[in-house]
Design a protein around this ligand. Structure first.
Ligand code: CO8
Length: 258
């Protein structure tokens, strides 16, 4: 169906594999368009989690495609940057959680793609970095926005100003990833987390994602009010009623997303 994306579904979990082996899965306009199309049509009722990974054992995504960017003018560069930023925002706001299974290089746009996901895990050969200033540009797919929020301003500034990549264990130490596993176990680990998410009430998970994202930029009073309102809305769902009833009766309820 897509030229550069392999799509697989395992029950309620979808896996989107970015595949451009000649450029270590670097993101060009065509890939971004395919990702946008896939996310536009993503069935958040049937599917409960999305895993994003890269093809092969060497690279998740080695950045935006340098050959496509080399001769851009100002407006073209802004258009390209905006396209990437929009697709990454689609991931960030998708109504189901997104897990980045980082299977190798996550550089530049690749690191930015991983940061737009809700959860990041990686293989032990992974490398994360924002090498853009070594190419005369800055992170342009929202890296200056998200990296500092994830790892703190001081570490983000060091990574972006030096352009030096960090290995998987250092990415774990600074909080850029949640777990490091051997390459062979990466998809099993991603599926384990995805299935844990998929077993929970989908509308509650969706509401939790919305709250965490939205409350990030609010002051404490507004954030608490936002959460309280969302908490109340959970009590309009069948899943809340049946889930709590099943708990009290020591039974089990398969959440319906209603
Ligand atoms: N773009 C295009 N082609 C790439 C890219 C890339 N980002 N990365 C690797 N490739 C290509 C190489 O050119 C090479 O092609 P060929 O075989 O035709 O020569 C092939 O992939 C294999 O790469 P290498 O031979 O270099 O493999 P190595 O194992 O020696 O090195 C590295 C692997 C370290 C990953 C190396 O390829 C590398 O440094 N790649 C570039 C990493 C990088 O700088 N990424 C950041 C790019 S800039 C960016 O992402 C900006 C995002 C915001 C954009 C905003 C829009 C305006």
């Amino acid at each position: 169906m897509y030229e550069h994306l392999k799509i697989e579904e395992r029950g309620p979990v979808a896996i989107m594999t970015i595949s451009a082996p000649k450029s270590l899965n670097a993101l060009n306009s065509a890939i971004l368009a395919e990702m946008g199309d896939y996310l536009d049509n993503f069935d958040c009722h049937r599917l409960r989690c999305l895993i994003v990974t890269g093809d092969g054992e060497k690279s998740f995504v080695a950045g935006a495609d340098i050959s496509e960017m080399a001769n851009l003018g100002v407006l073209q560069a802004q258009t390209f940057g905006a396209k990437g930023a929009a697709v990454f925002r689609q991931l960030e706001t998708l109504h189901v959680p997104v897990i980045a299974a980082v299977n190798g290089f996550a550089l530049g746009g690749g690191c930015e793609l991983a940061m737009a996901c809700d959860i990041r895990i990686c293989s032990d050969n992974a490398r994360f970095g924002q090498p853009e200033v070594g190419l005369g540009i800055i992170p342009g797919f929202s890296g200056t926005v998200r990296l500092a929020r994830l790892v703190g301003m001081g570490m983000a500034k060091q990574l972006i100003y030096t352009g030096k990549p960090v290995k998987a264990d250092e990415a774990l130490r600074i909080g850029l990833v949640n777990a490091v596993v051997p390459q062979a176990e990466l998809m099993d680990k991603a599926m384990e987390i995805a299935n844990q998410i998929a077993a929970n009430a989908p509308l509650a998970v969706k509401a939790a994602k919305l709250c965490i994202n939205a409350e990030w930029d609010m002051d404490a009073e507004d954030a608490i009010a936002f959460e309280t309102a969302a908490f109340g809305r959970c009590f309009t769902t069948e899943d809340q009623k049946q889930g709590m009833k099943a708990f009290l009766e020591k039974g089990k309820y398969e959440f319906q997303g209603k």
